[in-house]
Write a new protein. Sequence first.
Length: 153
Amino acid sequence: MDNQWIKMISNSFLKQIQRLLLVSFIATYVSGCDGEEVPEGILSEEDMIPIMLDIYLAEGKVNELRVKRDSALAIFDVYEIKILEKYELTDSVYTNSLRYYYDNPLKLESIYETVLDSLNLMEKRLDEIKEGEVEKEKGQDSVSIQPKKVVDI
C-alpha cells in the first residue's frame, strides 16, 4: 500500500462522512432518535467496522486505477462481491444494514470514527515501515572503511 493512496482514501472518506452525517443528522432530528437496539437481520456496529474498512480500501484501490467511471464501477462491484464473500454476507443483509445505519446517524458516526481511526493507524504503520526501510538503505549504502594499522618493523 502506498502512503499517498491511504491519504487519498482518508480525504475521500472524510468528505463522504461529512455528507452522510449532515443528511443523517437532519433525518434524525426530523424523525427523532430513540436509541433502539439493532434489529434482527442487521449487522452490529462491531461487524460493520471491518466490512466498511475493506469497502473503503477497495474504493481507494479502484480510484487509484484512474479508469473510466463505468469501468471503475464494474471493478468495484467485483471487489464488493469478494468482500461480502469474505464475511459470508448476502448483498441484502449488507444493504439493509447500510440503510439502517444511514437512518441512525449516531451509530453510523461511531462506525465511521472507528474506520477512520483504523485508516489513520494503517497510515502511521506504513510511514514507520517506510522510515525503517530508508534507514536500512542508508546503512547499506555507506561502506565502513577501517583504517589499516601501521606496524613498525
